[in-house]
Design a protein around this ligand. Structure first.
Ligand code: HEM
Length: 402
């Protein structure tokens, strides 16, 4: 191990703390000392922007997760765990369906408006709105159902199954449990849609159809392999986008000046979304297994070593952003954050997630004048260690008279 790695005492409790401020302070102390540290359990944790960026970009040298995907059958391995060069072939199918996301904008805008309207109707009845339930949870799930080509009449059922799948995946006792085996009903539903498209002479142009038509390493994917990737897609896109929208709404509710500034100038919304992604990153860390010796910001990592790449820490690196802990939408290098990863495996749906966040904000701003926390609201953050976002967001709001 190079001299730049420290094994000085690190308290995992600090960097994995559910208290976000404590977690960020611990990362700041680590960044002051060196870019990569060894945890008491033996894993390494990359904390500088450079080390984290080197790690996410070194896709040939690291496997996607801590878990040993080798214990799973090939058709059960999710995209993030498939090694190169097969990875790129599967990824290309997703990418083909995720380009030109602006064509989906009218539909997503309508969905966002519908969910805000329904939230406001419930708020008029209940005296307060629950923005996670009403908007931040519903929008990502409905958008994914739409991208997969599911009938919109199934959206509520799809959302319920998605939540159940996320819960079961979060609490799966074995990291080697196949996703398809976590939810029989959902898996059977997806199977029906896959087989329908395989047997159709004129299937709809959606992601499932693309997966049924594509070849990977010269062969069509099995139904189970397609179910696996669809369930991964549902998981990858749901909690993350929900957390982004939740964190954005949290900022708007807690900072009256920010709320008023974007009410007056909607062109500031994309910069606001970017600063939320940087400072309140929905994905706080990624896990990697080293396959080939690699240098991360000057530190040598050897094959077999496990590395945590701390996006949360990288995104507060003062060598990239002066006053990095301050919330300053529109700051220089505002998009240099690693919230979506970077390099060949960067999140293929980053543009979609950004668009959903912007459209959710616009739909809300079109209808309300004021936003404040409900008097007895207590922030309850997502308990998943790598994720970051509120579980509930109860607010009082005043609606515009239209
Ligand atoms: C704010 C929302 C989102 C955030 C913060 C986010 C973040 C990330 C991150 C950090 C990665 C890992 C990159 C790596 O391993 O190097 C990733 C991968 C991925 N994301 Fe997202 N994501 C978001 C939304 C979505 C959505 C909406 C979808 C799909 C509808 C999606 C689909 C995927 C897929 C398929 C991958 C795997 C890419 C690969 O391994 O090549 N994500 N995302």
């Amino acid at each position: 191990m190079s001299a730049k790695t420290e094994t000085a005492p690190i308290f995992s409790d600090d960097i994995f703390s559910r208290d976000a401020a404590g977690r960020y302070a611990a990362f700041s102390r680590l960044r002051d000392r060196c870019p990569v540290h060894r945890l008491p359990g033996g894993e390494l944790v990359a904390v500088s922007h450079q080390a984290t960026s080197d790690g996410v970009r070194s896709v040939e040298n690291f496997s996607g997760t801590f878990s040993d995907s080798g214990a799973l059958a090939e058709e059960d391995i999710i995209l993030a765990g498939i090694p190169e060069p097969r990875h790129s072939e599967v990824r290309r199918i997703f990418l083909s369906a995720l380009t030109e996301v602006s064509r989906h904008e009218p539909f997503i805008r309508t969905l966002a408006e519908q969910f805000v309207d329904e939230t406001l109707i419930a708020a008029a009845r209940d005296g307060e709105a629950e923005l996670m339930q009403g908007l931040a949870r519903r929008l990502p799930s409905a958008v994914i159902a739409y991208l997969l080509g599911m009938p919109m009449t199934d959206v509520d059922r799809f959302a319920r199954w998605t939540d159940e799948l996320l819960d079961r995946q979060g609490s799966a006792t074995s990291a080697n449990t196949a996703l398809v085996d976590l939810h029989d009903e959902f898996a059977a539903y997806l199977e029906r849609h896959i087989v329908e498209r395989q047997n159709s002479a004129n299937p709809p142009d959606d992601i499932i159809t693309r997966f049924t038509r594509a070849e990977v390493e010269g062969a069509r994917l099995t139904v189970r392999a397609i179910q696996t990737q669809m369930m991964f897609f549902i998981i990858a896109g749901n909690g993350t986008t929900r957390d982004l929208i939740g964190n954005l709404l949290l900022r708007l509710t807690s900072d009256e000046a920010v709320f008023q500034s974007i009410r007056q100038d909607r062109s500031l919304i994309p910069a606001l979304v970017e600063e939320v992604l940087r400072l309140d990153s929905p994905v706080q860390l990624l896990a990697r297994n080293c396959r080939v010796e690699t240098i991360l910001d000057g530190t040598t990592v050897r094959p077999g070593e496990r590395v945590l790449l701390s996006i949360a820490s990288a995104n507060r690196d003062e060598t990239i952003w002066p006053d990095a802990g301050a919330f300053l939408p529109g700051r220089e290098r505002g998009r240099a954050h690693l919230a979506f990863g970077a390099g060949p495996h960067i999140c293929p749906a980053a543009a979609l997630a950004r668009m959903e966040a912007c459209l959710a904000t616009v739909a809300l701003l079109d209808r309300i004048d004021r936003l404040a926390f409900s008097p007895d609201y207590m922030l309850d953050l997502n308990p998943v260690v790598w994720a970051n976002g509120p579980q509930t967001l109860r607010v009082k709001l005043s609606t515009k008279s239209i």
